[in-house]
Design a protein around this ligand. Structure first.
Ligand code: WT7
Length: 649
């Protein structure tokens, strides 16, 4: 591999940023030397009703994993994101909302945010929502989604946001798993000019979950579309909000009380409820937002994620608002009404910091430079990337065309489980290499291990683990601590296993090489192969299915499904289409297989285990490199699979 081009820190950045390279080295070393002292000091960046005396109490010990930060501190997240700013920045804009339709936008000040969140909290309180109760939020990207999250936090209730692109079935599973009695939704969402039937999906989900599972559905009006309202259960938010005041005290919450659950896919089983708690999460989200984006007063910060994903939680809502920032929330999509939309929004609102995903960059890159060049983007000074490895070509285009060679790119590696960014450049400190997430954030101790768990030194490649806890780390899988320990701490004892492969170069820079487990990263969204397989085999004509990822120009990875039909069923194009629609309906559009190959037989060992390694190689077009096939029960199966490989779209 040739040495990549190095982009040094621009001199004006080294001067203006909070952290230059010397400061980074010193503070990182200090955080490694004495985590207790380091985080004891950093924890003070948020307000505590009762200060903590104990900072770190964490163990990754086999069978006894326990993670507690600031455990005797008492605080409230909504207080930190809203109330504490009122004296100094009550009239400052907290949220800029940009609608799907370019003629629609809203500006919400911190004082207005306070009133809206209190009102929403009172509506919830009137429906018996209190500390520890779970609330499911199934909303589009409108300010009320953030109000709802913060209203839960204000009451000490635990929100579970479900991405609006998930199907009624997926929503039902998540409602039941966490036992939420209240669901907050909208009449319809609006994306790229198209309506999304959110309330109808909630109705279908509740039928699936069982009518007794949900007591209240709170419906925010967005499009004014016609929806069914079930008397006694469903209520219009705007009507309920008229009956309550805009005063609602922020409930005192323990640092280790839960803040939210977010479901995420793993290699096996159904999605896991990743549980994050209060104090450590907020300290970490706030601190990383502050340093990674070098957020200063006056910046206009835009993260294009959806609040249905962790990026939306940490870097649209909690991190920015804890820092008193102005955060932009976008309802639409990058190519509506045209491919210039992102850049037009940047010009309209004078965005200074822009954080998006490689899949969006690659898609826009295909449209050429013109849709970008026709806009100004003069306000921009920092760019960010998240969700999957960014290929150097996309990085260079983002840097050169979007940022006009003046904006550093922070390529931030992290996960739903980590709560916040763990490996990232700091714009005033880190020379950039396209495609590398560069160096660990303060307090983060990455290690690369081989298959046996031996820690590798210097330049090397292997699996990425984190050797000690950080405050933003997930605490457990909701309702299943055993599964938490099994998933993350059993592979390499005493270490958190990320599921990612990684290379470290001679400069100590980290290069994430992608998942090493049965998880596919489609457009920056995680999909478990097992989930797609179980959706496929639920179809009456399917007998067996095996799903793997393959390289996809825009999505990063596409979903490749090998399907064996029931005896007597005929392989037709119509059935292929039907199966794709079937998976969309079962899980949601993000799980749609890109390619389906009908396979009369799958490669199995004599004990009946599917050899995914071979299926992956075929999907990746690496026929010449199938490895040892001698342990297969029927080696002839492979020839058939190779000759019928589906072509990429
Ligand atoms: C997986 C986590 C973090 C919020 C969005 C995704 C991949 C994420 C990067 C990056 C290379 C990345 C990893 C990780 N990933 N960011 N900058 N470079 N890979 O959260 O759905 O929990 O997925 O996304 O494979 O394990 P998630």
């Amino acid at each position: 591999m040739s040495e990549p081009h190095l982009y040094p820190v621009p001199s004006e950045w080294a001067k203006r940023a909070y952290v230059d390279d010397t400061a980074y080295q010193e503070r990182y070393a200090a955080s490694m030397r004495d985590p207790e002292a380091f985080w004891g000091e950093e924890g003070k960046r948020i307000d505590w009703f009762t200060p903590y005396t104990r900072v770190k109490n964490t163990s990754f010990a086999p069978g006894a994993v326990s993670i507690k930060w600031f455990e005797d501190g008492v605080t409230n997240i909504a207080h930190n994101c809203i109330d504490r700013h009122l004296a100094t920045r009550g009239d400052q804009v907290a949220i800029i909302w940009e609608g799907d339709d370019p003629s629609e936008s809203r500006h919400i000040t911190y004082r207005e945010l306070h009133d809206e969140v209190c009102r929403f909290a009172n509506v919830l309180r009137n429906r018996d929502v209190g500390k520890g109760d779970r609330v499911t939020i199934y909303m589009p990207m409108i300010p009320e989604a953030a109000f709802a999250m913060l209203a839960c936090a204000r009451l000490g209730a635990v929100h579970s946001v479900v991405f609006g692109g998930f199907s009624p079935d997926s929503l039902a599973g998540r409602i039941v798993d966490c036992g939420s009695k209240v669901v907050i939704t909208c009449d319809e969402g609006l994306r790229g000019g198209r309506k999304v039937p959110l309330k109808a999906n909630v109705d279908a989900a509740i039928v699936k979950a069982g009518e007794d599972k949900v007591d209240h559905v709170i419906v925010v009006r967005r499009t004014g579309g016609n929806v069914a309202m079930k008397p006694g259960r469903d209520v219009w938010y705007h009507q309920a909000a008229e009956m309550v005041t805009s005063e609602c005290p922020a409930v005192a919450v323990g640092a280790e009380d839960p803040l939210f659950i977010l479901y995420t896919s793993g290699s096996t089983g159904s999605p896991k409820g990743v549980l994050h708690t209060t104090g450590g999460y907020l300290v970490y989200a706030s601190m990383t937002h502050h340093y990674v984006f070098d957020y200063h007063d006056g910046d206009i910060y835009w993260c294009t994620a959806d609040i249905g994903w962790v990026t939306g939680h940490s870097y649209i809502v909690y991190g920015p608002l804890a820092n008193g920032a102005t955060t932009l929330m976008f309802e639409g999509v990058p190519n509506y009404p045209s491919n210039s939309r992102f850049w037009e929004v940047i010009d309209k609102h004078k965005v200074t910091i822009f954080y998006t995903a490689p899949t969006a960059i690659r898609a826009l890159m295909q449209g050429g430079d013109a849709p970008v060049s026709k806009t100004s983007r003069a306000s921009l000074r920092l760019l960010g990337s998240v969700g999957e490895p960014i290929n150097p070509e996309a990085w260079e285009w983002y840097y050169r065309v979007v940022g006009e060679n003046r904006c550093p790119i922070v390529d931030t590696w992290w996960q739903t489980e980590t709560g916040g960014i763990l490996i990232t450049p700091l714009p005033g400190a880190t020379a950039l290499k396209p495609g590398s997430a560069t160096r660990p954030f303060f307090g983060v101790r990455p290690e690369i291990v081989d298959a046996e768990g031996t820690v590798l030194e210097g330049a090397c490649e292997g699996n990425l683990v984190i050797a000690d806890s950080w405050p933003g780390q997930m605490r457990t899988v909701y309702g299943d601590h055993e599964r938490f320990m099994q998933t993350y701490f059993a592979t390499y004892p005493n270490k958190y296993f990320t599921g990612d492969g990684c290379r470290r170069d001679a400069d100590g820079y980290y290069w994430i090489t992608g998942r090493v487990d049965d998880v596919i990263n489609v457009s920056g969204h995680r999909m478990g192969t097992a989930e797609v397989e179980s959706a496929l085999v639920a179809h009456p004509k399917v007998s067996e299915a095996a799903v793997v990822g393959y390289p996809h120009d825009i999505k990063g990875q596409g979903i490749y499904a090998y399907v064996t039909l029931m005896a007597g069923e005929v392989e037709t194009e119509d059935l292929r289409k039907e199966l794709i629609v079937w998976v969309r309906t079962e899980i949601g559009p993000i799980a749609s297989p890109d390619l389906i190959q009908f396979a009369p037989g799958l490669p199995k060992t004599r004990s009946g285990k599917i050899m995914r390694r071979i299926l992956r190689k075929i999907a990746e077009d690496e026929f010449g490199n199938l490895g040892d096939t001698s342990t297969l029960a029927d080696p002839a199966v492979v020839d058939d699979l190779v000759s019928n490989r589906q072509n990429k779209k």
